[in-house]
Design a protein around this ligand. Structure first.
Ligand code: IVH
Length: 679
């Protein structure tokens, strides 16, 4: 490879890795398997090593992925949260040990082997034994403050336990671990989503990550998140810190926190490898998805001596288990049409056993993915299910390709209504633009009537299908135009169920406003955002009239916490469409009177026009309570500090926002002063 070729490939890989980092960490919606991702990253690191002239600090190979998302206040970790180097090869695992032996000048090193939990990294801080904060890894330096959400995790104690014989509780301690969802809970939630016609989460990890970033802790509490802790960050006083990794596990467990189910101590590389294999045999029985083993030097003193690289410690290595994979024939590719017209290609497979179940269908993601992997009908394809519960086709076995296989041509017309499909700019998905497409109509109405939205009992998926097929329902308002005689004609003995259905439809007219907002199916607007919008706008009509400035303020700051620019634009675009406005008017004309939430609109004006940024922990007020007070007095809360910020309300352990306020000369106030201000 010439340097010019290497440069081009490096640029391409950097863009690809950065894209997948955003999908995985930022949006909790990865498009490729971990294995494929690791392969891209490895190719990039290898090229950068071979062509050092193209190295860059900004390369994603030298950084940990960034999970920070809009709507959360960020918090600076006292001690950095690092990532782990990983490998799929036994040889490389042995090389890791050999490197350490050489570096530390010792013959045989003692390690701890632990399960690698496939969740999302979190740091929880206890002060004087009390839980004060939970923060995601973020970019390793600062992460999102998810304290309110983490408090809903039943197994995370709010206070550490001081037990006889247990190590004393340090004054301050950051404990690191992973938030996850059990498979059972994952399946329960996906079932509900399926009923609501919403996209399914591919695996428990994505769902856990998506859940912890809900802006409304009540929604988090409705999903049973779990946590497991495996390491320590900052510890004060430093002497209170256990001297070994085993000691950390022991202390964390003794203080009452959930720890890994099993860990091994291993002397030298052979014992390490034996432990890794034993773990592989046991991991199916663990409560969490385990995608590998983490091998750590046991002695903390030796860990210090070994040190760290730009993103990962030299004293630890993750060995990842290759995903379970099967090879089978791709019989056909069918294309499904979703509520918003998105066309999803699905692989119809010769059924094959994979990770304990029979797989007959797998996602092919989108047109570009099929083209990129050059997957053809009649090919033998690899199907993977790496902790990923929805199997995916990851590639074709080219060695077995028959000469008769031709490249797949994605349909140019909707498979349901034959309308030519389009690819909206900037999207990977192909869409059927026909709003009247029968599938879209069905899914739209199913979504509206589902439990997650207006919740009309008796109007399930099958019923909606029937009504649409009969032509009685062509739009959401048609639900409220259904005629008893029509419904009765559906069959014998339906009188009672018809009356029940009509009663449920009638009473749904007074459902809570957020349910209607969610039911309208505006892109990006989920239940949590719908609640925020309901509180802010108070009626569907007011929402249809919303302006950009109702959402986005100076320097792109969110006016409504939790509603960022992307969502704002989607809402405006939705109601810019005359038929969506008509729909709202039709609902009103049909007697729909959504129940508005308790009014929290400003009652005072003491803080009119003032913008606050909150940072750190306040002595008595929670973040939510402070926000309520500010809003009730006519002020606004924003997530980031700018020159336009009126006050930064800072509590203990305020992070980078405080520094920024000082640099910009923005007044910083404490809780006492704040309470005087709001009266
Ligand atoms: S130790 C500085 N131990 O895997 C050491 N990490 O791929 C960093 N993870 O960011 C972490 N199980 O979120 C450690 N037993 C375990 C783990 C573990 C899962 C996660 C962690 C880390 C990621 C790296």
């Amino acid at each position: 490879m010439t340097p010019t070729q290497a440069d081009a490939r490096i640029q391409q890989l950097r863009a690809e890795v950065a894209h997948h980092d955003r999908r995985y960490h930022g949006q909790s919606a990865p498009e490729i398997s971990d294995f494929e991702y690791d392969r891209l990253k490895r190719e990039l690191a290898d090229l950068e090593a071979k062509f050092p002239q193209f190295r860059s600090e900004a390369s994603p190979s030298t950084q940990v992925g960034d999970d920070r998302t809009e709507g959360f206040v960020t918090y600076r970790h006292r001690e950095r949260m690092m990532s782990l180097d990983n490998t799929y090869s036994e040889t490389e695992l042995r090389e890791f040990d050999a490197r350490l032996v050489k570096l530390l000048g010792r013959p045989a090193l003692a390690y701890v082997v632990e399960p690698k939990i496939d969740g999302l990294a979190v740091s929880v801080t206890y002060e004087q034994g009390r839980l004060v904060r939970a923060v995601t890894r973020g970019n390793g330096v600062e992460g999102d403050d998810i304290t309110a959400n983490a408090r809903t995790i039943a197994t995370l104690p709010l206070e550490l336990k001081a037990a006889p014989g247990a190590p004393p509780i340090p004054e301050l301690i950051e404990i690191r671990g992973e938030i996850y969802l059990t498979l059972a809970e994952f399946e329960r939630i996906n079932r509900l989503r399926e009923e609501a016609g919403e996209a399914l989460y591919a695996n428990p990890r994505n769902l856990a990550a998506g859940t912890i970033k809900q802006l409304d802790p009540r929604e988090v509490a409705a999903r049973k998140l779990e946590i497991v802790l495996y390491g320590l960050g900052a510890c004060e006083p430093a002497a209170a810190r256990p001297a070994t990794q085993q000691g950390c596990h022991h202390a964390v467990r003794a203080w009452g926190l959930p720890t890994v189910e099993r860990l091994w101590s291993a002397q030298g590389p052979d014992e390490v490898w034996a432990a890794v294999q034993e773990l592989d045999g046991l991991r199916d029985h663990f409560a969490y998805a385990t995608d590998g083993a983490v091998v750590k030097l046991d002695s903390i003193a030796l860990q210090r001596e070994a040190g760290v690289t730009s993103k990962a410690p030299r004293w630890a290595m993750a060995f990842k288990f290759a995903a379970e994979r099967a090879e089978t024939e791709l019989k056909a590719i069918t294309v499904q049409v979703g509520r918003t017209g998105v066309l999803t290609p699905v692989a119809e497979l010769d059924p094959v056993q994979l990770a304990g179940s029979t797989v007959a269908r797998a996602t092919l993601h989108n047109r570009d993915e099929i083209a990129r992997k050059d997957i053809r009908v009649g090919d033998f394809v690899f199907v993977e299910k790496a902790g990923e519960v929805i199997p995916a086709v990851i590639g074709a076995n080219l060695a077995r390709r028959r000469p008769t296989c031709v490249p797949y041509v994605f349909p140019e017309k909707c498979p349901v209504c034959a309308t030519p499909v389009i690819q909206p700019e900037g999207e990977v998905a192909m869409r059927c633009p026909n709003y009247e497409c029968p599938v879209q109509v069905r899914r739209r109405v199913q979504h509206f009537a589902s439990k997650a939205c207006v919740d009309i009992d008796g109007l399930g998926i099958a019923m909606v299908d029937g009504l649409v097929e009969k032509g009685w329902v062509r739009s959401i308002p048609d639900i409220y135009r259904l005629r008893r005689d029509n419904l009765l004609s559906l069959g014998k003995s339906v009188e009672k169920s018809t009356d029940n259905l009509l009663a449920a439809i009638e009473s749904s007219k007074r459902a809570e406003l957020w349910r209607f907002i969610h039911g309208l199916g505006v892109t990006h607007v989920g239940a949590a955002a719908s609640k925020d919008l309901a509180r802010r706008f108070g009626s569907l009509e007011a929402l249809t009239e919303a302006k950009f400035s109702d959402f986005v303020g100076e320097k792109k700051a969110s006016v409504i916490e939790g509603i960022g620019e992307t969502m704002a634009l989607a809402i405006l675009e939705h109601f810019n469409e005359p038929r969506n406005r008509t729909l709202v008017a039709e609902l009103a004309a049909l007697g729909v009177r959504p129940m508005a939430p308790a009014q929290t609109a400003p009652t005072g004006t003491a803080l009119a026009g003032k913008t606050f940024v909150l940072t750190g922990t306040l002595p008595t007020l929670t973040r939510e309570a402070a926000t309520e007070k500010i809003e009730a007095a006519g002020g606004k809360v924003s997530g980031s500090v700018s020159k336009k910020t009126s006050y930064v309300l800072a509590g203990e352990e305020a992070g980078s926002k405080l520094e920024k306020a000082r640099t910009l000369g923005v007044p910083v106030i404490d809780e006492a002063e704040f309470l005087r201000l709001v009266g």
